[in-house]
Design a protein around this ligand. Structure first.
Ligand SMILES: C[S@@+](CC[C@H](N)C(=O)[O-])C[C@H]1O[C@@H](n2cnc3c(N)ncnc32)[C@H](O)[C@@H]1O
Length: 215
């Protein structure tokens, strides 16, 4: 099962400028990026097998303990090529694939930790729901899942954020319709229905993490 927007959100065209782009945290979509990535790294135990979904240029893998053995999945050949250059010397396998297809097709029981940063908003909320139910079925009981992404608490919060940035970042309103930023309240209910216990943290107006363990 392939996600419906994998080709549209393939970052091949963004790859050359991606790391420069994420360093500009004056942009509300980028604010909190570094702190969030460092948090995901710090929450990942050393000497574990880690799956990174939507690994991009490898910034999250770089933040993980050096002793982790990582499988980095991304649909973009060019993002993965940049990651491979940055991650030389780390124990990393690179797989070019759609992340929903990967989770469906592969055995996930070998991974202690699943991480993903700023990638799952490229799946529709329905596809994310399918992914979380599939992960629940296929991962080991003690698996740890740490996700960072672009999120808002609820519709009032979204409207307040759009209003706050309407002068300096007028395109932000259309980002909310072009991409699938998470509604935290709705996602929390969906995750609980799938059996996950979810712990949420906010790093900026739009950057949040959620840590999942099985109930
Ligand atoms: C915004 S970047 C985030 C990259 C990295 N995790 C980070 O935090 O910097 C999103 C990445 O997800 C990848 N991507 C988007 N949709 C995807 C899909 N359906 N399957 C696999 N990768 C996907 C893009 O190619 C891109 O590399």
């Amino acid at each position: 099962m392939r996600s419906s927007h994998a080709d549209y959100f393939n970052h091949d065209g963004d790859a050359p400028g991606y790391d420069r782009d994420v360093a500009d945290e004056t942009n509300p979509v980028r604010a909190g990026y570094r702190a969030l990535i460092d948090f995901v790294g710090a929450r990942t135990p050393p000497d574990t097998d880690v799956l990174d979904l939507g690994a991009g240029t490898g910034n999250t893998v770089l933040a993980l303990p050096l002793s982790c053995r990582v499988t980095a999945v991304d649909v973009s050949e060019k993002m993965l090529a940049l990651a491979a250059g940055k991650l030389a010397g780390r124990n990393t396998a690179f797989i070019q694939d759609d992340i929903l297809s990967f989770v469906h097709a592969r055995d996930l029981a070998g991974f202690h930790v699943l991480v993903s940063t700023y990638a799952l908003h490229h799946l529709t909320p329905g596809e994310r729901g399918i992914m979380f139910r599939t992960m629940f079925e296929k991962t080991r009981p003690a698996v740890k899942i740490i996700i960072g992404d672009i999120m808002y608490k609820n519709d009032d919060d979204r409207n307040g954020i759009i209003e706050k940035y309407q002068v300096d970042y007028p395109d932000l309103a259309s980002d909310f319709t072009d991409e699938f930023f998470w509604n935290v309240d709705e996602s929390d209910a969906d995750l609980k229905r799938s059996g996950w216990n979810a712990e949420w943290r906010r790093f900026s107006d739009l950057s949040w993490t959620v840590e999942l363990v099985k109930t």
